[in-house]
Design a protein around this ligand. Structure first.
Ligand SMILES: [Zn+2]
Length: 438
């Protein structure tokens, strides 16, 4: 089902014409209103007037997450504060939060692209959409909410958690579509099994899953357990939130809504734009956003782009399911975690050696983090109660600093393998990317 057939099936040459026009306007906007971009564009020797074709995109400077942090909170906004109607922010687990803003028109655009996304899964005004993404500063909940409402579906803004109630409401209210993280959908399935609820008896027929990496194997599991179609959706708050790209019912790559976001894949080392079909880092340029139009934003997500009209009739480029990250960031239960953060918690606590290892696994259907920490020789001979105290302290500190729970295991001195080069800090058994290569 198409939400906006004219745009979604627009012939490529027309779509590109539209993109160039919008790109030029965006560059003009940031050149006028954002000192950061004015300086960068001047340095690159390119101004709005030089934007004549899609290829000119590659001449523009990159933006990265650090630029957002350096300009915290509103330094990259291209409109005065009184035009901002909404502010969201990322979890900010490493230092400062990433703050994003929206004008009225941006919120409308966001609803439009999320409406297209939901229409991709066949949602109409006859549907009841249960939004189990978190509401709040995180963009997931409200993004899905506005899109479903725009279609005219009935929205249940339940947010995450409260699993038994989620299932009860699904049955009682006749939920036909669900939006949440893929791991949460499997957790719900587990709870349903414990409660003796047969998910196949529920009216749910489609799910929109994103905000964390997942594999095709996981998709199969979700589809079987729920008896639904599982649609992979993609987005990031810096670019918009959910609604940047979505799979259609063909499930052969995610359509990037190119009339709003231009997409490139680059070699992360050299910054060179790679041709379709080659694996590299996804880069997005917002070409309709008013409040925070980012130019060539480096996502660090690894994917592949493919062109050609999809069997569904849409002409917009498709990106493959995200295959990994250019950095070492871990996503644990939807939270961004850097090994360096855990390291600093351990260092602050003292009593332990600077040798540790993170073991990430998927217990049942939820991510599980175990931290092995070497303790000092002196402490090792100490009493058990003292060791338990330290374990508890590390656990609490990790919980309050990173917002995730972890199991802590203190190990004897010299048990964690040493390395001459880069220490292997992370052992990730989840292997969620392994069959992500289509
Ligand atoms: Zn398609």
């Amino acid at each position: 089902m198409l939400w906006n057939p004219e745009i979604e099936t627009m012939p490529r040459h027309e779509l590109e014409k539209l993109q160039v026009e919008r790109l030029r306007r965006t560059v003009e906007r940031v050149y006028q209103h954002v000192p950061f971009y004015r300086q960068k564009l001047d340095e690159a020797g390119i101004g709005p007037a030089e934007i004549r074709s899609v290829a000119d995109l590659a001449r523009l400077p990159f933006t990265n997450k650090q630029d957002l942090r350096d300009n915290y909170p509103f330094g990259l906004f291209a409109v005065p504060k009184d035009e901002i109607v909404r502010v969201h922010a990322s979890s900010g687990t490493t230092g400062k939060m990433t703050v994003v803003g929206y004008t009225k028109s941006d919120v409308n655009t966001w609803a439009e692209v999320m409406a297209r996304t939901m229409a991709c899964g066949g949602v109409t005004n006859k549907d009841t959409v249960q939004v189990a993404y978190g509401y709040g500063l995180f963009t997931g909940g409200l993004g899905a909410h506005y899109g479903a409402e725009k279609i005219g579906a009935a929205v249940i803004p339940i947010s995450g958690g409260n699993t038994k109630r989620q299932l009860q409401i699904m049955a009682d209210f006749g939920t036909t579509a669900v939006a949440c993280t893929p791991s949460y959908s499997l957790f719900m399935a587990e709870t349903a099994a414990e409660e003796g609820i047969d998910l196949h008896q529920l009216p749910v027929r489609v799910g929109f899953f994103g905000a964390e990496p997942w594999s095709n194997a996981m998709r199969r599991e979700i589809e079987e357990k729920w008896g639904i179609k599982a649609i992979d959706i993609y987005g990031l708050s810096e670019v918009m939130g959910p609604g940047v790209a979505s799979e259609c019912m063909v499930q052969d790559g995610l359509h990037v809504w190119e009339d709003h976001f231009m997409v490139e894949v680059i070699d992360p080392a050299t910054g060179e734009v790679l041709p379709y079909g080659e694996k590299g880092e996804l880069v997005f340029t917002c070409i309709t956003k008013e409040a925070l139009p980012l130019i060539r934003y480096r996502t660090r997500d690894i994917s592949i782009l493919s062109n050609g009209t999809c069997a569904c009739g849409r002409t917009h480029l498709r990106m493959h399911r995200v295959m990994g990250r250019t950095d070492d960031m871990l996503i644990i239960r939807g939270v961004n975690v850097f090994p360096s953060q855990i390291e600093s918690v351990l260092l602050e606590i003292g009593e332990t050696e600077p040798h540790y290892q993170l073991i990430v696994d998927r217990e049942g259907n939820l991510d599980d983090l175990e931290i092995w920490v070497e303790i000092s020789e002196r402490l090792f001979s100490d009493e058990v109660r003292k060791l338990e105290q330290i374990e508890g302290r590390i656990r609490r500190e990790i919980q309050s600093t990173l917002g995730i729970s972890a199991r802590v295991k203190l190990v004897e001195p010299k048990t964690i393998a040493r390395s001459e080069g880069k220490a292997k800090r992370v052992i990730d058994w989840r292997d969620v990317y392994s069959d992500g290569n289509r």
